[in-house]
Design a protein around this ligand. Sequence first.
Ligand SMILES: [Zn+2]
Length: 243
Amino acid sequence: MYPQIIPEELYEKVRAISEKNKRGKRSIKTVYLLRDKMICGYCGMPVVAESNTGKKREPDRFYYKCKGRKRKLNDCRKASVRKEKLEQIVLDTIMNRLTDKGFMDKFVQDVLAEQEKRSRERSSLQTLLKEQRQNETTLNNILSAIEKGVVNNTTQKRMKELEERQEELERLILIERSKQSAYYSESQIREYYEQVLQAEPQTLINFLIKQIILYDDKIEIYFNTPTTGPDNVRGFLFCRLFL
Ligand SMILES: [Zn+2]
């Protein structure tokens, strides 16, 4: 409380200013919906938040800017983009296309095709495992031959080859295993996107978008899909917009 020696009118003014500052503090926490999702199409650096923060006044303009350009880490010339405008374009596009039957039919087919491709990769895991088992048997046979004293240069050379191949196979199997994921039906994939559509914008973006590549005249939006594997760094191309 202010001491009552301050006239009533002045007290009101001070209170109003202090209220405004409180609001100002809150408004500094502007939510950048696409933060951490975008990279610059020209230099590959993250695209980060930028505002016209002066020493005295509250920022009233918000942008997304290439970090390379902002921090002068390179000579990238990517232009800043108004935050509201870019977020609106991305959200509108996602909403429009997720509710566009023709677009979604094609998109779901593409996701299914990608899943098929992964499934074929999994069958190459089976081939690798089979070769590993066969090599193991051959190696055991050679070892018992050695125990029986049946050894010659050819046997030793063959054994060395097999051992090297086994090491290689172990690495390849590890890679193939990391690509494994569950198998989804067409209706499950559709259901996934219908559910996501109900979410709040920030949740929708966090959940759906793997990465956005931002150019001055073009935006590429990459989606997480139920079938996207851990090795798929960029995600699945959802759409390419020309500005
Ligand atoms: Zn850049």
